[in-house]
Design a protein around this ligand. Structure first.
Ligand SMILES: Cc1cc2nc3c(=O)[nH]c(=O)nc-3n(C[C@H](O)[C@H](O)[C@H](O)COP(=O)(O)O)c2cc1C
Length: 180
């Protein structure tokens, strides 16, 4: 995992991938699957939608931090299964053979085998909508990951992987943030 400029955070959240969110209470690591995420500005603020029905939520609120990991398409089965059991009674790192790597700005771990990880601090929680507002503190990429396709949920139990890329950077020139 190699640190890259913080501006790259947007390129992982703007496409709306299914992500794995890690938390740590200092004794145990946990991970959950999240498909509802959103970029909200060019200053590395992002939102994920969750609530107290998830075990991760309590840890996230108490520690005020988490790591958003971007899994490759080839991890799809594991990604879904992670989102069907709870850390309240399961050690998901052991059950799913996940390898935790140390982060630098938060206690929650990076996930080995993911395309990239975003170390985040919680800045706000809007209870009415379950919006957890995060500020990305550090971005690392795994360029050795042979599968760089992100996963996208279609909302009906089917998923797609990244496909064709259209390079419209010239047309978009006025709209691109500095650093990207
Ligand atoms: C594909 C997929 C997407 C999910 N997206 C979300 C989401 O956006 N928000 C949410 O709160 N839960 C979502 N979940 C459910 C949580 O991942 C699930 O409740 C998980 O068991 C929570 O784990 P925890 O109790 O260890 O925190 C999703 C599950 C799957 C399988």
């Amino acid at each position: 995992m190699k640190e890259v400029p913080i501006e790259k955070a947007l390129t992982y959240i703007e496409p709306g991938p299914v992500v794995l969110v890690t938390t740590s209470d200092g004794r145990k690591n946990n991970v959950m699957t999240i498909s509802w995420t959103m970029a909200i500005d060019f200053d590395q603020h992002i939102v994920l939608t969750t609530g107290e029905w998830n075990y991760s939520f309590g840890t996230m609120m108490r520690t005020r931090e988490c790591v958003i990991c971007i899994p490759p398409a080839q991890m799809i089965d594991k990604v879904i299964r992670i989102g069907t059991v709870s850390g309240v009674d399961t050690d998901k790192f052991s059950l799913f053979h996940l390898k935790a790597l140390p982060a630098q700005t938060v206690q929650a771990p990076l996930l080995d085998g993911c395309i990239a990880c975003l170390e985040c601090k919680v800045t706000d929680y809007i209870e009415r909508y379950g919006f957890v507002v995060l500020k990305v503190m550090r971005v690392v990429e795994n360029r050795d990951c042979t599968d760089q396709r992100m996963i996208h949920a279609r909302g009906d139990g089917t998923f797609t992987a990244d496909g064709e890329t259209f390079n419209c950077r010239k047309l978009m020139a006025d709209k691109l943030p500095p650093g990207l």
